[in-house]
Structures are given as C-alpha cells and as structure tokens.
Design a protein around this ligand. Structure first.
Ligand code: PHE
Length: 468
C-alpha cells in the first residue's frame, strides 16, 4: 500500500478526492455509451423521466446504504456484512458484488478499447466503419488489452496515489469538452426533432420493461448495487459528510448522462439515423458530429481520449472491488491480485470482444430477449444482478443491520441528518422509510414484472416503443 492510514488499507486524501473518485467511478461509458442507446431502445424521453425518478428515489438512498456500510465496517463488500452482523448469510451478497464487478469489467474493457481505437482513428484522421471495426479481432483485441493493462497499473498504485490523483485531473476537462460538443450537436440542421424525442415524454411508452431497464441503468450508472460504494465508502475518513458527498456524486453522474443524450440525440435525428440502433449509437453519431466541426478531428481525438479516461476511472473501480477483498485478507496482495484478476478479466472478456461480428455464433447467440454474447451478459450482470444486489442491500440495512446503525454512521460528519427540518421530520426518518419499505417494495415489483411478463418483456416492449 502506498497510503499511510491507521489500518493500512488506504484512505482518501481529501473530501474532494473522494467525490471525484466516486464521480469518476460513476461517470463513464454508462453515461455516454450505454445511457443514450438504452434510452433509444426504450422510447426516449419517457425513459429519461423514469430513469430520473429511479436515480433520486431509489439509487440515492441506496448510495447512502453502501457508503455507510462501508465506512462503518472499514471492509470490502463481503466482510462488510460479516463485520456488521456476524453469522448472517447476507455476506453472500458480497460475493455477488464481486462477481458483478468482475464480469462487467470483462466487457466494459472491450467497449473502452473501442474508445481507444476511435481516439487513434481521429488522430490519424481515418474514417472507421463501426460494424467493420468492431468485427475485426485484430483491431479490437489489442486496444482491449491495452486498456486492461492501464487499469491494472492504476489499481496497483493504490487508493490515493492512483485512483484519486487521476480522477482529480481529468474529470473537469471531460465536462468542458462535452459542453463544446453539445453546442455543435444542437446547432445541426434538424436537431430539434432529436431534442423533442429526448425531452418531450410520451408517457404511454412506459411499461414494465421500460421501468426495469431504467432502474438497471440508474444502478449501472451510479455505480450503486455493485458493492463498489461499500469499498469506496470504507476509504472515507469519519469526519467527512457522506450525505452531501453522495449527493454531488449523483448530480455529477446524472448530469453527464443527460448531457450525453444531448450530444447524441440531436445528431441522431439530424443525420437521419435510428435512435434504437443499439450499442453502436454513440460511436456512429459522434464522429459524424466531429466531421462538421472546425478542427473536428482534433476535438474528436480529445473527446475519445477523455472518454477513455472516464472509462478508466470506472474500470479501476470495478477492479478495485475484487482486489479490496484480497487486500483485506493479505495487506501485501494489492499488486499481485490486481494483475491476476485483471489478466483473468481480459481472458474472460474475449468472447464479448468477438460478439460484434468476429464470431458468428457469439454474435447471433440469443437469450433473455437479447442478441449477442455481450448483450446477454450485460442483461444478466449489468442489469439483473444489480437489481438483486440492491434489493438484498436494502433488506439487509433496513431489517437486519438496522437503519439506526447506518444513521449513527452517517451522522458522523453530517450532524443535521437527524435534525428535523422545518416541520417535524428529519432526513434520517425519510431515508429510513425508503430503505425499509419503498426501495425493497419497488425493486421487487419491478423485478417480478420485468421477469414474469415474457421474460424481460423485450419483444413486446420494443414494439410498444415504436411510434404508431
Ligand atoms: N458507473 C460506471 C459507468 O457509468 C460503471 C461502473 C459500474 C463502474 C460499477 C464501477 C462499478 O460507466
């Protein structure tokens, strides 16, 4: 470990350091690659509306669950359960967390590799055909490997010197560039149709599948429901205010997702593309926008570079979760476990990399209404697993560990959490109602509905999402 702290696990160096590292984890391909295409596949503005509700009513309360559990226990996701309630079988949730982080890392690295490839293409001013590029293993596997090596390198360096230092420098630059691109996208001819698709909701499009996907996207994007915030929470000093820090993370994450859509949708319509084109959406539209800008190749290169970095601050956090588990077992194991888990993630990720045309079997594989190996894994680990973990987390803190223990933890660093506001209720009591009742009930209903009706309701929902 590089960071001195009482228990030698590592700790954030400053409040801003934590916020930026957590926001760095939250902001990533989930906002700029996944959010636009999932929005496009689920009907546009109505999906965005449900997504926002999911973030603030379900995601944010659960973010506090994870942060308080992490800071109270000072442990990785598995041992956080064991330390707070010895003997309870809930620690198994922690293993699902490790599995979800690991498996999603395997394909996240593939997509991040594409962004590196697009960066190179912009610099060399080469036009990439998305379908052709992603189907070419010789093109995608090396950049995937490169990306995983970068991830391993930073995680090996430890909490403060690695993750925190990089997040602080590069996140602000990404925000700035996104604004520049939005201005161009919005001023394209025909952009307004995209804007109304994206911002003017048609509520009749909301069904069980849309809510399931919105909830899954909220968890994916906030990095909630992965145990990651337990791990990151365990590095927060007691004096820090979890409530405001967590709130800023949610605002930054949602902000970038909404801005991501503002970059993509006006361009989708201006160029006459289809919003439900799937995972290629961002990669196809944005280069077309750059081509319309002065010094577009440069702006494009900078954008894909920063997107790669945003993906890196997310992928390091995914790798950090399993690594923190091994580091808590053996303090000296950071470097070795980062290398082993990282290399293994690369190997396991190869089928995902090949499922965009390189291997016909993997590309055409069909399960749970999703086509293609990567899409199926994403549906199971990047959506369903998170929802299940979140349900277990709210049940655990609401009914087993008990909200009063979490509240005591949150109160340290945030004394006003338990003070009644104007009327009679405190934020702590509102949060308790959410954790004990609202979150578990809503998540269960969404899960059952999404699972029961036509297993993920894909076919029907896609139909319903089409304009009449
Ligand atoms: N939230 C990240 C994104 O939006 C993905 C992520 C999930 C990162 C879980 C870390 C842990 O891209």
């Amino acid at each position: 470990m590089n960071t001195p702290s009482e228990n030698n696990r590592g700790q954030w160096g400053s409040r801003l350091g934590f916020i930026l590292a957590a926001a760095g984890s939250a902001v990533g391909l989930g906002n700029i690659w996944r959010f636009p295409y999932v929005t496009g596949e689920n009907g546009g503005a109505a999906f965005v509306f449900v997504y926002l509700l999911c973030v603030f009513l379900i995601g944010l309360p659960l973010l506090y669950v994870e942060l308080s559990l992490g800071r109270a226990s000072q442990r990785n996701p598995v041992d956080a359960f064991k330390a707070t309630r010895p003997g309870s079988p809930f620690f198994l949730t922690g293993f699902i967390c490790l599995a979800a982080c690991f498996v999603v890392l395997t394909y996240y690295g593939v997509i991040a590799g594409w962004t590196v490839g697009y960066f190179i293409a912009q610099i060399t001013q080469t036009q990439l055909d998305f379908a052709e590029y992603t189907a070419n293993p010789v093109a995608v596997l090396p950049v995937f490997a490169l990306f995983i090596v970068g991830t391993i390198y930073i995680v090996s360096a430890g909490v403060e010197k690695g993750i925190e230092k990089w997040s602080k420098m590069l996140m602000p630059l990404l925000f700035f560039l996104i604004f520049v691109i939005i201005v161009r996208s919005l001023t394209l001819e025909g952009a307004s149709k995209g804007l109304s698709y994206y911002l003017d909701p048609d509520f009749s499009k909301i069904d069980g599948k849309v809510v399931l996907m919105a909830l899954g996207q909220a968890f994916f994007s906030l990095s909630v429901g992965w145990g990651l915030m337990i791990t990151y929470g365990s590095y927060i000093p007691k004096s820090q205010n979890i409530v405001t820090s967590g709130f800023w993370v949610a605002i930054a994450d949602t902000g970038v997702a909404i801005l991501g859509g503002l970059m993509v949708f006006p361009a989708v319509f201006a160029f006459g593309m289809e919003p439900d084109a799937g995972p290629g959406l961002t990669f196809v539209t944005l280069p077309a926008v750059f081509a319309q800008m002065p010094a577009g190749w440069f702006i494009g290169a900078l954008f894909f570079l920063l997107l790669s970095v945003a993906a890196l601050t997310s992928s390091i956090s995914m790798l950090e979760v399993p690594v923190s588990y091994f580091v808590d077992k053996d303090k000296g194991a950071r470097k070795t476990s980062a290398i082993l888990v990282g290399v293994f993630a690369f190997v396991v990720g190869i089928p995902s990399a090949l499922s965009f045309g390189a291997s016909e079997t993997l590309t055409k594989l069909e399960l749970f209404g999703k086509i293609g190996f990567q899409g199926i894994i994403d549906q199971v680990f990047g959506t369903l697993c998170l929802i299940v973990i979140s349900l277990l987390l709210s049940l655990y803190v609401g009914w087993v560990w008990k909200p009063k223990n979490a509240i005591r933890e949150i109160e340290e660093g945030c004394p006003w959490f338990t003070k009644p506001f104007a009327g009679a209720v405190s934020l702590a009591s509102v949060w308790t109602v959410f954790i004990k009742f609202i979150c578990p009930i809503v998540i269960t209903l969404v899960l059952l509905d999404g699972l029961g009706v036509d297993l993920f309701g894909d076919a029907a929902a896609t139909e319903a999402a089409k304009p009449e």
